[in-house]
Design a protein around this ligand. Sequence first.
Ligand code: NAD
Length: 283
Amino acid sequence: MQILDGKKLSQKIKSQIKSQTKELKEKYNIVPGLAVVLVGDDPASLTYVKMKEKACKEVGFYSIVHHMPESISQQEIEETIKMMNQNPNIDGILVQLPLPSHIDTTKILELINPTKDVDGFHPYNFGRLMQGLDTFAPCTPLGVIELLKEYRIDPKGMDVCVVGASNIVGKPMAALLLNANATVDICHIYTKDLQSHTKKADMVVVGVGKPNLIRADMVKEGVILIDIGINRLPDGKLVGDADFEAISQKASYITPVPGGVGPMTIAMLLANTIKAARQRIGS
Ligand code: NAD
């Protein structure tokens, strides 16, 4: 069994992005810029935004956080997005989700200029992803694909079961795997018999948010197990959606939580932002 080490790979990617950023500055005098829109004080969102800011600083990006109160109006958020769309120093715009319930999230995400949509949540980019065209793919599933590439795992021809079908994790994950020529099964909360799907899969990718959803008896010998889930247990321990200890005994490859897919997400946010910056200058 081999651990798929996302922490190590994300550090390698970050150091590559750092030297590319330096090169962009020297050759073209541009600095990739990321704007984050954060609404309210949800502790998890605050933590994620801090991590993103720190990562931007590490690689030499310009970053700005628009931190707005929970009570902010739809119109005010829209004005901020429009301003960022126009700002030539900003290559990527990210809206930290979830937004408060009085905000129309879809409308906000659709307002982001698709060329600055580094989270890949705009329907234009999602459509391009489905068509297998070059686009900004959502960072978490893109991070999974990079991790597989690093370990020379080619999904071509594999039976892959994606568990979880959200717009930001499961659906784009399935699209990326389909584009990589895997045969993809997508399961969700209404799937009748989850085990019958996971058991026959060469690779199981789970992103649900339920500890121990995937047990060792639900996967076949030699499975590749990718765990996107992040769950905080009452004792403070961070775990994924799969029973890591037991599945490690059967798996050929497995991602740990933490240290697997999580760090790859931020690395891909940086990668998408530098890609946007390059597209801006046509390099
Ligand atoms: P979500 O709540 O939007 O979607 C959950 C999905 O799981 C839904 O499609 C639902 O149908 C499915 N589901 C729920 N219960 C199920 C069950 N019993 N069996 C099968 N499917 C079931 O969540 P999300 O935003 O997609 O996030 C999923 C998980 O991934 C969370 O734990 C989240 O913290 C984690 N996540 C991790 C990263 C990362 O960087 N590693 C990024 C985003 C999300």
